[in-house]
Write a protein that binds this ligand. Structure first.
Ligand code: GDP
Ligand code: MG
Length: 669
């Protein structure tokens, strides 16, 4: 038994999915979070699975969310549809419901957010609505887990009895006539392709090319359909899509005026409007956003963050010390002890010591997201990006890119249009992902103690700006055309839900720790090995004679013009390709210190000046994405050549930008 979960964006699909399946998918307070369909089995109903699909407003094929959902419905023939309707926005949500009814698939409406409706004096005559629409309707509140059990029972019963929605006509007059004539004409084709007749007819009348192709309608019939539609347009005095939309809305309006008492505007809505007047202000919006980011970095790296970090590093150092003295008392071989302590422990430890910072930063960012503020940022950025011809939709993947490029590149699937999509995939790796954060943290601690937050913001904003700039240039050179419009509702501001914030934080912490104990672990061993032996596999006393140094010397001449020709910097960048955190662990292994910043500061001071340190950070921000991100690019763009192209392109950009920064810096300082 297979259910499809369908509804408008932000109506609570993922929340309900999590309740139904007991899983923990990320619930976002802004649209575009659920990109892929996700499947799970329903609790206590082992034979029933449910698929969470991306949110859509309509079943027309304009955006890729709509196409994903439509294809799923038409091709996979789910046994039942659970249509989530946001009861506090019932009129707009029913628009999609009316289209689902034509599919002749058993459908049940989960009337969500009932808690909001009843709390604000709204009322919905459920029995009456069931009668009018001809399908079962269950009032629920997904986030409060109310009514979900009823929903499951009724949905399973519906599928067992194969309760197809009762036939209802939402239209009359000319539109009605047109639908019936078309249906008559294509009966054969619809049956042989297994598409519901009424649905197919309506789509054809709406001028849906995809459906026309899918049903393989022949030329003469196409002509007749065009004729029918022209006739309809002439009689209603509206174009085809407007005529259908209008009759649907009229039907919904009538239905709601009889059966729904609208909730009065909630305090939350009133408050949201007031807050938005300031936060999405034409001029102040961006400065406010920057201010908030500075504040966040100030907390993350200021007193709160550094205290947490210090405690955590002290803990790690203590454990490493214990292990070290243990190995010494056991009189373990000196080289092996070196590998374990100077290699593995300092490499993994140096990365792990940034765990509190990462967790704290993502705690604050998830609060921003869950409160609804990030949706405003996307909205404001849309306004800005649109002016220069990019779609504001690109900003959602860019935002996710601050966490990790891998899901961000996957999130570009929500972008309709190949052009926007490719362009965005090229921009995402310029964002400061969480793996770059330890590098920033280490260097700013060593060189920019007083201006940490500012340097951080300059890197974060710099990444976005360079990304946008590249986008603009590429748009001129390679991708022409208009950006696809971006429709997005702004959710109400609300108190962030502890569960969702904690979940988000935990996801990041888990990913970070996993990387530390896998990629960084291996990278540290390799680095330690390469820096402890020379080419003839003799143990070296000074790593300057090691094979790693030889390797570094091969690349360092290329990096000298951008400010850091030291072989250690070169090797750190090289290992950073496996994962950006490896830059940090490489320095830790090479310099032989773990975590402790005073000592590290002095040692890094031998390699960098503040200016070259900043150049190094800029280079790290922009140069090639890590292996995992490249693999994702390859998968999404479908080619090794493109993936290599991205590596070369980004490294080139990084080199050029750093070169400029370095030389301008030299001139000024
Ligand atoms: P999706 O975009 O349809 O997947 O929606 P989500 O599941 O991500 O939920 C959107 C927002 O609505 C989240 O902030 C949820 O916490 C909130 N939400 C979901 N269900 C309910 C509900 O029954 N009542 C209230 N008050 N909020 C809900
Ligand atoms: Mg979702």
């Amino acid at each position: 038994m297979n259910f499809a979960l369908i509804g408008n964006p932000n109506c609570g699909k993922t929340t309900l999915f999590n309740q139904l399946t007991g899983s923990k998918q990320h619930v976002g307070n802004f649209p575009g979070v659920t990109v892929d369909k996700k499947e799970g089995s329903i609790r206590k109903q082992e034979d029933a699975t449910v698929v969470d699909l991306p949110g859509i407003y309509s079943l027309s094929p304009y955006t890729s969310e709509e196409i994903v959902t439509r294809d799923f419905l038409i091709r996979e023939h789910p046994d039942g549809i659970i249509n989530i309707v946001d009861a506090s926005n019932i009129e707009r949500n029913l628009y999609l419901t009316l289209q689902l009814l034509d599919l002749e698939i058993p459908t049940i409406v989960a009337l969500n957010m009932m808690d909001v409706v009843t709390a604000n004096g709204g009322k919905i005559d459920i029995k009456g609505m069931e009668k009018k629409l001809g399908i079962p309707i269950i009032p629920i509140s997904a986030s409060k887990n109310q009514g979900v059990d009823d929903l499951i029972t009724r949905a399973v019963q519906m599928v067992r009895k194969k309760e197809i929605p009762e036939k209802r006509d939402f239209c009359s007059g000319d539109v009605h006539r047109a639908i019936h004539s078309t249906a008559h004409l294509i009966e054969e084709e619809a049956r042989s392709h297994g598409v519901a007749l009424k649905f197919a007819s309506i789509k054809l009348i709406e001028g849906d090319e995809k459906m026309m192709k899918e049903l393989e309608i022949q030329e003469p019939e196409q002509d007749i359909i065009h004729h029918i539609v022209d006739d309809m347009e002439f009689h209603c005095g509206m174009d085809r899509e407007a005529a259908l939309a209008d009759s649907r809305y009229q039907y919904i309006e009538k239905l709601c005026s009889e059966l729904v008492v609208k909730p009065h505007e909630t305090l939350g809505q009133k408050r949201s409007v007031k807050i938005d007047r300031i936060l999405t202000h034409r001029i102040f919006a961006i400065p406010i956003f920057l201010g908030i980011m500075v504040f966040i970095f100030w907390i993350t790296f200021g007193v709160v963050g550094s205290t947490l970090s210090d405690w955590f590093s002290a803990g790690i150092d203590y454990l490493v010390g214990l292990a070290d003295s243990g190995l010494q008392t056991l009189q373990v071989n000196e080289t092996l002890r070196g590998l374990l302590i100077d290699g593995v422990c300092s490499g993994v430890g140096s990365v792990l010591s940034f765990l509190p910072t990462i967790v704290l930063l993502f705690f604050l960012l998830s609060i921003l997201e869950d409160s609804g503020y990030m949706a405003r940022v996307a909205f404001v950025m849309d306004r800005l990006l649109r002016k220069i011809g990019l779609s504001g939709r690109s900003f959602v993947p860019m935002l996710i890119g601050f966490g990790c490029s891998v899901p961000a590149i996957m999130a570009t699937r929500t972008l309709s249009g190949d052009r926007d999509r490719k362009l965005t995939i090229l921009l995402v790796p310029f964002m400061s992902c969480s793996a770059k954060l330890p590098i920033y943290a280490m260097f700013t601690a060593a060189f920019f103690e007083e201006y940490r937050a500012l340097v951080m913001v300059s890197l974060y904003v710099g990444g976005v700006l360079i990304g946008i700039l590249c986008g603009l240039v590429m748009k001129k050179l390679m991708f022409s055309g208009e950006p696809v419009p971006f429709v997005m509702e702004l959710p109400e501001y609300r108190m962030p839900a502890a569960q969702s914030v904690l979940l988000h934080m935990w996801d990041r912490a888990k990913a970070f720790m996993k990387k530390a104990f896998t990629v960084i672990f291996v990278a540290s061993i390799i680095i330690w090995f390469l820096q402890s032996f020379d080419i003839r596999f003799n143990l070296v006393s000074d790593s300057r004679d090691s094979m790693l140094a030889d390797l570094g010397h091969l690349i360092s001449p290329l990096l000298a013009p951008v400010g850091f020709g030291d072989w250690r910097a070169a090797t750190a960048l090289l290992t950073g390709f496996s994962a950006k955190e490896a830059v940090v662990s490489t320095f830790a292994v090479l310099l032989g210190v773990s975590g402790e910043s005073a000592q590290l500061t002095a040692l890094l001071g031998n390699i960098f000046t503040p200016l070259t340190a900043y150049c190094f950070l800029v280079f790290c921000l922009l140069y090639t994405p890590c292996v995992a991100a490249i693999a994702t690019v390859r998968k999404e763009l479908g080619g090794t050549r493109q993936a290599i192209g991205v590596v070369v392109f980004q490294t080139l950009i990084a080199w050029v930008v750093t070169f400029v920064v370095y030389h301008v810096g030299l001139l000024i300082l």
